[in-house]
Design a binder for this molecule. Structure first.
Ligand code: SF4
Length: 351
């Protein structure tokens, strides 16, 4: 069923080079007094510029706290964009990766959208260039094109639907029931997960998340034996053998909700480690353990951390507010097409 070619060696090398560049970025350590002073300056600048800070669950805890304290939000990519859209601020500052800034701009074209870090990429987005994807879609005109939120504005514009991990399965089931055949991009593991459950006819683009693909099922089984009472929470960008061991498979928001609501005191969590900050706030009396990765034997430098999410820091945020750079702009035709695909998901979610 799958006739999408695997990632080329050149693409893999390029992604690894960008990962290395992201980890090479220095983040000078701040004292508590310096952090407090910087946060005060940023809050003043946000207020003076009628700007609001939206942060993803995977960025540094200090940025998450600042977003909460300054009246912004900490959430997943779609909720970040929705929050920015509904907020009265004329500028939205995005602490996350580039596709999140683009999604915010797609929904709020009249607003100024600034990225804390303009070089913050996502391996899923990088592995799905718009021109190659369009060529593939053109070769299968009978198929409905569904793309994950972790894509560029141009890829979203080529799609019929944009989905997040929280709604992907429902949308695919809906399309399958209507007899549609599907092209899915870019995450192969999430695509495989929804394909296995829905039984839909799907061609899967072959990209993966550099963080989630590192979780290892054999080591996870070992940890589960040591912690038999712990519930296992897994993001569906993880490999299928890891997903198979989960008590709950879900998006970042669904994993946090599960940690809060499930009747367990200990959890093993397979997703980016930035999420622990919000989880501990949501369920302060519970214990959270990182699911095992390939660790020291792996090619990743720090396996549970996204190199691009970790580029975001307070100093960069302060600099962006001072200079006004890192603005997201999208050609109107692409923006309008991408907005149509996102709106379809939002309306489906409401229905
Ligand atoms: S954690 Fe993975 S999916 Fe999320 S931004 Fe980083 S590379 Fe992309």
């Amino acid at each position: 069923m799958n006739n999408v070619p695997p990632l080329t060696a050149a693409k893999r090398t390029n992604i690894q080079a960008l990962v290395a560049r992201a980890w090479a970025v220095e983040h000078p350590a701040l004292t508590m007094a310096e952090t407090a002073a910087l946060k005060a300056t940023i809050k003043r600048q946000l207020h003076e510029q009628n700007a609001v800070l939206v942060a993803h669950y995977y960025v540094d805890g200090a940025l998450q706290d600042l977003a909460d304290e300054s009246g912004g939000c900490v959430s997943d990519s779609l909720e970040m964009a929705r929050f920015g859209y509904h907020h009265e601020a004329s500028s939205v500052i995005v602490a996350g990766v580039r596709f999140m800034g683009e999604t915010a701009k797609i929904l709020s074209p009249q607003k100024r959208i600034l990225m804390v870090e303009s070089q913050a990429e996502c391996s899923l987005d990088l592995a799905c260039p718009a021109d190659e994807f369009a060529t593939f879609c053109d070769a299968h005109p009978e198929r409905t094109v569904v793309v994950y939120a972790n894509t560029s504005a141009a890829v979203k514009a080529r799609a019929d639907w944009v989905v997040t991990s929280s709604i992907a399965l429902k949308v695919i089931q809906h399309l399958h029931e209507k007899g549609k055949k599907i092209i899915w991009a870019p995450d192969k593991y999430l695509g495989d997960y929804v394909q296995r459950i829905s039984g839909a006819d799907m061609l899967l683009w072959q990209a993966s998340c550099v963080v989630h693909e590192q979780f290892k099922s054999a080591a996870l089984r070992g940890l589960m034996k040591q912690k038999p009472a712990a519930k296992v929470l897994v993001h569906p960008e993880s490999p299928p053998e890891v997903i198979a061991l989960a008590d709950v498979v879900g998006s970042t928001s669904q994993i946090i909700a599960a940690a809060k609501n499930l009747d367990a005191t200990e959890f093993i969590v397979a997703t980016e480690s930035g999420i622990f900050h919000k989880m501990k706030q949501a369920a302060p009396n519970k214990k959270f353990l990182e699911a095992p990765t390939a660790g020291k034997g792996a090619t990743c430098e720090s396996c549970e951390m996204c190199p691009w999410m970790k580029m975001n820091d307070l100093q960069r945020l302060n600099n962006v507010l001072s200079v006004g750079n890192n603005e997201i702009n999208i050609a109107p035709a692409i923006r309008e097409q991408a907005a149509r695909s996102i709106r379809r998901m939002v309306e489906f979610g409401r229905g």
